[in-house]
Ligand binder design. Structure first.
Ligand code: GUN
Ligand code: FE
Length: 448
């Protein structure tokens, strides 16, 4: 790849409740790093715009940073939108574990994963933190799909060994077996042909505490310390899962994970609905992060994340689709739901009760600027990736949006806040026209 320039209307955010919109030119070096940003009206802008290698976006397009999905189960893609009426513990046993067991067949995995990675890129997801299954070969197919299509992928071989919760045909036979498999998987991902730039990274992935023995959790904590590999897991998702951990270990998920050495910088805790102030302090102190999955939470968690508190207290946070707990691969749809859920939490929702008895949380709302931050910069920070905004020093992970497609109606005089709100409300696959990851232009799948 050689250096190039992109010019157009840029929209990005570096802090909660702030966004910048301006016409500017970006120069991207051969390593895919943004090395210059020159606003319209400067000599530098004029010089960049006139270069032969300049891509000049049409005036009605907006360029934003790529989106991060901090929590997605790749093998559950075939059941997206199915069985949303079942409680989590039934849904896992009746639908999810039987589907995931099918990934013993790498050919099945290969077909599903290619389709998923392309679909996510088409939705603007430039970085994804994946759960795969317990199968090493199938999980490597997911890593290969990310490399083949150019997505920044963080891929976790799922570790689960508890015979009380996991079915006999879909679990590791022992903690030792799961640890050996995880160790092999880390080495195999790092050695994949074409992964010399580290676009795809392995992730240590205990499914959730109820599915893992103490020996496995301890061993994975030691492996994280030894290898420096990131960690992801589900934490305090539903009342059932939260209570299960308290009864077994006498403490909450965040404390237990900390004791096992799994709460580390850039550990991503999916859901975290039931965390309290002590949990939040612990997560922040360890520089770990929360993956907020608001659509999934509405169906499976019996709760709404205390997002306002998380943001006000400075806990790292981004968004996750949680396919197939959530039905959509779109981070924009989850950003909308994050705003909507926070409004319902504030109002207490039950119109049949007098306001004083509705249980609403005053001031709980989050706004569209905050949701946009979570979708872009918040997600990148949670992952420890230098991306998520269009600034010098960051990797060029970016999405160009056509401003007059579908329901989107951007105007020339829209402020940054208005652009953000319109885009969060209406952007999606049909409005996304170009995607870059690591400075490379992605070949998007056309809709069949
Ligand atoms: N907890 C353990 N496994 C899962 C899963 O696959 N999805 C969700 N939403 N929660 C889980
Ligand atoms: Fe999940």
């Amino acid at each position: 790849m050689s250096e190039f320039v992109v010019c157009g209307r840029l929209l990005d955010t570096l802090a909660l409740r702030e966004a910048t919109a301006e016409v500017a030119a970006l120069r991207i070096d051969a390593e895919g790093v943004i090395v210059e940003r020159a606003p319209d009206g400067t000599d530098a802008f004029d010089a960049l715009r006139l270069r032969d290698d300049a891509i000049v976006l049409p005036p009605d397009h907006v360029l934003i940073a790529g989106l991060s999905d901090l929590h997605i189960h790749a093998p559950q893609w075939p059941q997206a939108g199915q069985a949303l009426d079942r409680p989590l513990e039934d849904w896992l046993g009746a639908y999810t574990f039987p589907l995931e067991a099918r990934y013993a067949d790498p050919a099945f995995a290969k077909a599903v994963y290619a389709d998923l990675v392309l679909s996510l890129l088409a939705c603007g997801t430039t970085s994804a933190l994946y759960f795969s299954t317990i199968h090493e070969e199938a999980s490597l197919e997911l890593a290969r799909a990310c490399l083949a299509h150019g997505q920044r992928g963080f891929v976790g071989l799922v570790a689960m060994d508890d015979p009380g919760l996991c079915p006999p045909d879909y679990r590791h036979a022992s903690a030792r077996e799961a640890l050996d498999a995880t160790r092999r998987f880390i080495a195999a991902v790092r050695a994949l042909p074409g992964n010399d730039r580290g676009l795809v990274q392995p992730v240590i992935t205990p499914r959730f505490i109820p599915a893992c023995s103490d020996a496995l959790l301890e061993g994975l904590g030691a492996l994280a310390r030894e290898t420096g590999v990131r960690v992801q897991t589900h934490a305090s998702e539903s009342d059932w899962a939260h209570q299960h951990v308290i009864e077994r270990l006498g403490c909450t998920d965040s404390e237990a994970l900390d004791r096992f050495g799994l709460l580390r910088p850039h550990t991503v805790l999916a859901h975290a609905n039931f965390i309290d102030r002590d949990d939040r302090d612990r997560i922040r102190a360890r520089d770990a992060a929360v993956a907020h999955c608001p659509i999934s939470n509405a169906y499976f968690a019996n709760s709404v994340l205390p997002l306002r508190e998380i943001l006000d207290e400075g806990v790292r946070c981004g968004l996750g689709t949680d396919i197939a707990g959530g039905y959509t691969p779109s981070i924009f749809e989850n950003a909308r739901q994050a705003v909507t859920s926070s409004r319902l939490r504030e109002s207490g929702v039950d119109a049949g009760k007098p306001p004083a008895l509705r249980g609403g949380v005053a001031g709980a709302r989050v706004d569209f600027l905050e949701a946009f931050y979570l979708a872009t910069r918040g997600g990148a920070e949670a992952l420890g990736v230098s991306a998520g905004a269009l600034r010098p020093g960051m990797m060029f992970d970016a999405v160009a949006i056509a401003g007059r497609r579908g329901h989107l109606r951007l105007q020339d005089d829209d402020t940054a806040a208005t652009l953000v709100q319109k885009i969060v409300c209406h952007a999606g696959r049909e409005t996304i026209v170009r995607v870059w990851v690591d400075g490379r232009a992605i070949k998007l799948k056309s809709d069949e």
